[in-house]
Design a protein around this ligand. Structure first.
Ligand code: F0G
Length: 461
């Protein structure tokens, strides 16, 4: 036999396994009904393959677990804090570190420090918790991502890029003084895990310098972004992930990170900056909301695992296999003509629910419906990223109607095998084949904040 290509495989082997519960369709029908047709409200033990999120769901390495035994559980000055500080300095390039219990803890603090009531915060598409903290601090989020990002079919390689014309329009309209910083996400979760290019960041930096606007980055998945720069952007093929990440971060005054993603830990986050004044304020606020500045709501062992996760996340073989697995599932779906967001993103496959269920209007929650149907079919748990996630307009109280109505199949890092991806693929094809029979949902309970986590639904007759 003549081979046309050689396969890759995961650069690890499995040392510990967690058995999964197999359920019947009748069982799952009951479970999703009890959960109000919201996959966030399912019990994890009733889920077979859990693609709800890549957040805090990574498998840690033996090196990280060994580090857990070295937790220095001192209230103040834990040695694990200093190890984490070294790792953040070395790989992200920021001198000052403030750990937090997770990403939104850092978002809360940085929003409070930088935003005054009446300010505007431009960003490359909103993220749920990021925007909420900006609004709670009195700011208004303004989307300045390129139009391509709102089009699920557009195959532009850097759909996370910022549209400089949109940014300029905002500056002209409200004045640079009302814009404390630009909030740049790498990658852009809600656009489908899409990257932003180094070239675009350089242009945005030049623009912001001219107008005296600070640059801050949600670097939660910046390693995945660095991988896309390496494989897609001219001039970066021969640079290491480590070098790309450092260059990327060098354009920002600071970053906040949910360490539950790239950094390969189950809990944790941080804020890092080169601005001493901002750091001092953050270090002060963290003791109000999270914990002393040398633990920020984390155990010593968690900081140790994070420091070690940071060392592992930049390994090329790791990130190649991680994104390779996402692409494996995505390419199978594309071949089967299932409508998904293209190009395939870094952490997840996003099914285009508007195209999958064109007979269900957006107000009947097609993505919420589809996520429930996939669970009923196979026990695979996905998540809605559409009208429910988008919440309501602050002024009018009406739903926000996002262009993208998506179901996210989020792949945890180092957790599932190719066979799990095959089972997931087959389940989606099965649901697709009977898509015409599927009916929408109505919302019967809606919490005030971040409604997608806790909202409840009932099937329409
Ligand atoms: N920023 C981005 C880009 C995120 O994806 C998340 C979390 C956060 C900030 C908040 O961090 O959860 O540690 O407080 N995203 C998760 C997800 C919840 O499923 O996409 P956190």
């Amino acid at each position: 036999m003549k081979l046309t290509r050689r396969s890759w495989a995961e650069p690890f082997k499995i040392k510990v396994v967690e058995p999964l519960k197999m359920t019947t369709k009748e069982y799952r029908l009951r479970a999703i009904k009890e959960a109000g047709y919201n996959t966030f409200l399912l019990r994890s033990e009733d889920v077979y393959i859990d693609l709800l999120t890549d957040s805090g769901t990574s498998a840690m390495s033996d090196y990280q677990w060994a580090g857990m035994m070295l937790g220095d559980e001192a209230y103040a000055g834990s040695k694990n804090y200093y190890h984490l500080e070294d790792a953040v300095r070395k790989y992200y390039g920021f001198k000052y570190l403030v750990p937090t219990h997770q990403g939104r803890g850092a978002e809360h603090i940085i929003s409070k420090i930088l935003i005054k009531p009446g300010d505007y915060i431009p960003g490359n598409m909103y993220f749920t918790t990021t925007r909420l903290h900006q609004e709670l601090a009195g700011g208004t989020f303004v989307d300045v991502i390129i139009d391509e990002a709102h089009d699920a079919e557009n195959e532009y390689p850097f759909k996370g890029n910022i549209d400089l014309n949109k940014l300029e329009t905002l500056v002209k309209k409200v004045g640079a003084k009302k814009i404390p910083y630009i909030s740049v996400a790498a990658t852009v979760n809600m656009a489908g895990g899409q990257p932003i290019s180094m070239e675009n960041i350089r242009q945005v930096k030049a623009f912001c310098d001219k107008h005296g606007i600070k640059m801050w980055c949600d670097a939660t998945r910046a390693v995945e972004n660095a991988y896309f720069i390496k494989v897609r952007e001219k001039g970066y093929q021969n640079k290491s992930i480590e070098e790309i990440l450092r260059e990327f971060c060098s354009y920002f005054e600071g970053i906040w990170v949910s360490a539950k993603k790239d950094c390969l830990v189950n809990i944790g986050g941080f804020l890092a900056t080169r601005n001493k004044k901002v750091f001092e304020e953050a270090r002060n606020l963290v003791v109000v909301y999270e914990g002393l500045h040398t633990y920020g709501g984390l155990a010593g062992r968690d900081m140790e695992a994070m420091a070690r996760g940071i060392e592992e996340m930049v390994q090329f073989d790791h990130i190649k296999a991680r994104i390779g697995q996402v692409e494996y599932l995505g390419n199978k779906l594309i071949k089967a003509r299932i409508p998904i967001v293209k190009p395939i993103g870094g952490h997840a496959i996003f099914i285009n629910a508007k195209k999958f269920l064109p007979h269900i209007p957006q107000i009947q929650f097609p993505a919420q419906t589809l996520a429930a149907e996939i669970y009923i079919d196979s026990g695979v748990r996905a998540m809605e990223r559409g009208i429910v996630s988008a919440g309501r307009n602050k002024e009018t109280g009406d739903h926000n109607y996002p262009k993208l109505e998506l179901v996210r199949l989020t792949i945890p890092r180092r957790v599932y095998t190719q066979a799990h991806m095959d089972v997931t693929f087959e389940s989606i094809v099965e649901v697709y084949n009977r898509r015409k029979e599927i009916k929408g949902l109505k919302m019967v309970y809606e919490p005030k904040y971040l409604r997608f986590f806790q909202a409840r639904f009932e099937p329409l007759k």
